[in-house]
Write a protein that binds this ligand. Structure first.
Ligand code: GDP
Ligand code: IMO
Ligand code: MG
Length: 429
């Protein structure tokens, strides 16, 4: 058995796509288990850059089967656009399998996402406006439409017409918006259904059989721990479970089948959207990190908020995910700083807090307690081994390992596949 989970240990955009693409060269199956096309995973292969949203980042490797699991919310229009974009670049997309249990995103979900954000005014969440929250709301409310419904023309039309009618009431009467045209939506979705049909499968069987046959299965988390609906900075979160446990449900496998949990950890911290951020740098240092790290969103193009590495967050992520190791990303971005800061605790009303608090009112008042470390001047983007890294960079990595209590098995020093230092094997024999 060799089942590996990739999770974001911060607020997303940690570089999960790069690591998944790297590890997918050996994987048999790559699985997305939650979220939707709110995710933006950038993968750089040679001179080409790929932005993946709904399609697993294993797609750029020929061997792996790429599964969109039952826990994902599936936007057919976004999916087909992505397929067309990849096919135009010569990528074979026939390895994709979509769960018949996944819930479908409709235009009314996106419209309600947009209108709800507008209505929130100052307390808006800063969603990606991809209809993610409203689609999960329908799933939990038991009025959602699934891929298996989309595959059945009669059932689909009946259910969708009823939903559009109900949602138009909300759009017009609660938000004062314009009603959506049911005939148009149904006609469009029937056309989408025809194109999607060949990809649809009972993905739980594919994943289970691969695990049982001792194949290499890579479970691709989207978003990050602090965006988890239970463990994140609620309500400034997404509506799914990006933590490792989310895969037991979102991919349909037993939790005892998960072996390695890699926490993808950026060497500093970023977040998009609103909500408290203890180590945020709203100054020249933050700007410098943003420019050096090209911290602009893959999905929405928004400038990401930047700050020093926060180990209170990474510690918390290690705990709730059962992280067995870390992959430290974008270390090259920190080259050239005289001094680097790592947050190892929060000061709250004169007390030191070590555990990430649930209450945002507490979090908003927390001040970072920093350990300062010397920086390095060298460009590290060409370092191919751990030993080739400057002593200060190694000290930075080892300080993180010591604090979190798990090893950093991968160090990333640039966006390309070749800019990856593997310190220890990931898949177990
Ligand atoms: P994801 O959502 O976790 O997959 O991360 P994103 O793709 O949204 O953001 C990470 C960005 O950093 C992407 O543009 C990657 O190409 C880039 N990246 C990944 N690893 C490294 C690295 O080690 N160094 C640098 N400079 N960029 C990296
Ligand atoms: P990847 O997989 C960073 C954030 C949004 C917003 C909140 C809720 O690329 O790491 P949603 O549209 O999900 O309802 O928005 O979650 N968010 C992300 N931030 N990376 C992501 O994905 C994100 N997906 C959602 O910015 O704050
Ligand atoms: Mg991203």
């Amino acid at each position: 058995m060799s089942t590996v989970v990739i999770v974001g240990s911060q607020w997303g955009d940690e570089g999960k796509g790069k690591v998944i693409d790297y590890l997918a060269s050996e994987a048999d199956v790559v699985v997305r288990g939650q979220g939707g096309n709110n995710a933006g995973h950038t993968v750089v292969v040679g001179d080409k850059k790929y932005a993946l949203h709904l399609i697993p980042s294993g797609i750029l490797n020929k061997k792996a089967v790429n599964v969109i699991g039952n826990g994902v919310v599936f936007d057919p229009e976004g999916f087909l656009k992505e397929i067309d974009g990849l096919e135009a670049k010569g990528i074979d997309t026939s390895t994709i399998k979509i769960s018949e249990r996944a819930h479908v995103v409709f235009p009314y979900h996106k419209e309600i996402d947009r209108l709800a954000e507008e209505a929130r005014g100052k307390s808006k969440i800063g969603t990606t406006v991809k209809g993610i929250g409203p689609t999960y709301m329908d799933k939990v409310e038991r009025s959602g439409i699934r891929i298996c419904d989309l595959m059945n023309e009669e059932v689909f039309e009946l259910k969708t017409r009823a939903q559009i009618e109900a949602k138009n009431q909300i759009i017009t009467k609660i938000y004062g918006g314009q009603p959506l045209n049911a005939d148009e939506i149904i006609a469009n979705y029937k056309a989408f259904a025809d194109r999607i049909r060949p990809y649809v499968a009972d993905t739980t069987v594919i994943v289970y059989d691969a695990v049982k046959a001792n194949k290499k299965v890579l479970l691709e988390g989207a978003q990050g721990t602090l965006l988890d609906i239970d463990f994140g900075t609620y309500p400034y979160v997404t509506s799914s479970h990006p933590i490792s446990g989310g895969f037991a449900i979102g991919a349909g496998i037993g939790p005892n089948m998960i072996e390695e949990v890699i926490g993808i950890t950026k060497a500093y911290t970023t977040r998009v959207g609103k909500g408290p951020f203890v180590t945020e740098l709203e100054d020249e240092t933050g700007d410098r990190i943003r420019v050096a790290g090209n911290e602009f969103g893959t999905t929405t193009g928004r400038a990401r908020r930047c700050g020093w590495l926060d180990l209170v967050i990474v510690d918390f992520a290690a705990r709730v995910n059962g992280m067995t190791c870390m992959s430290l990303m974008l270390l090259d971005v920190l080259s050239g700083f005289e001094t680097l800061k790592i947050c190892t605790g929060y000061e709250y009303e004169g007390q030191i807090i070590k555990h990430f608090p649930a209450d945002l009112n507490v979090l908003a008042k927390c001040k970072p307690v920093y350990t300062e470390l010397p920086g390095w001047k060298e460009d590290i983007t060409k370092c191919e081994t751990y030993d080739a890294l400057p002593a200060e960079a190694k000290k930075y990595i080892e300080t993180i390992e010591e604090h979190v209590g798990i090893p950093v098995k991968i160090v990333s020093v640039g966006p390309k596949r070749s800019q990856t230092i593997i310190r220890d094997s990931i898949y177990r024999a």
